[in-house]
Design a protein around this ligand. Sequence first.
Ligand code: SAM
Length: 296
Amino acid sequence: CLISIVDISKPRYVRVNTLKLDLKSALQELGKQNKVHEDDMVPDLLVLPPGVDLHNHPLVLNGSVFMQGKASSMAAAALQPEPGWEVLDACAAPGNKTVHLAALTHGKGKILACELHKERVQRLKETITLAGAANVEVLNEDFLNLNPKHTSYSKVRAILLDPSCSGSGTSAVRLDHLLPSHGAGNDDAGINRLIKLQAFQKKALAHALSFPAVERLVYSTCSVHQIENEDVIKSVLPLALSLGFQLATPFPLWARRGLPVVEGSEHLLRTDPAEDKEGFFIALFVRKSTIAENRP
Ligand code: SAM
């Protein structure tokens, strides 16, 4: 049951790094050699024809644009951090979404980029340098060990949690045959891996919800599996509600929403590997600001 999802008929996307280049100039530069237009939903995302190879384009090499798919660009955009906010990127390397957050906050405020694995921290730092993102602080830590009550995190108003996942939405081979709901369920190693990933994803999401000043939280994966997506949301939803969070609807005009296995699934966002080139999942939690209420 191996289904290829590589589709060269789909457009190419680049995200303009507005820390280095404005949208108009990027359109002009890229338009010299290719047809290019703005995406209709995701700000600062440009659409180019299928098959265009930009790996060696000067704007890519100098960090003015990032080759980032539409679905993965939606995660930081859904978080909508405001300039001046402190934002925590809980699982940050290689840093594509970290530098997107830096651009969305216009380089103002602070992005805390947390990454467990030392060897991946190096790659994260390279991405940050390439993007010219000066307001990012890198933490080589286990996100689960960050103490939400510590004063270092008392002003964190938004968290992006893009944890390790199976990557089943981006690999060339679908893993659906590993899931019990898809019949076979006879690959114990595959199932065990998904169960382990889910255990971490649930723990990390519950941990993220416990940061006291957080008012917007995005949970995202590049997995197509319910077990890593809707099931994770379902398990933390009672905790989220008890802490004053609600599910909100990122990109309301986007048609593909969550599987109807959890209350509020219509708020969840899915992209489809075949239709949208990448299989992605986004959940957005919001709660009323406590910081604003405490202002004199
Ligand atoms: N958001 C990144 C991006 O868009 O470039 C991709 C993140 S990747 C899906 C997940 C990352 O989380 C990996 O780099 C992994 O090493 C890191 N990670 C895994 N467990 C972690 C933990 N307990 N604390 C912090 N980072 C962790």
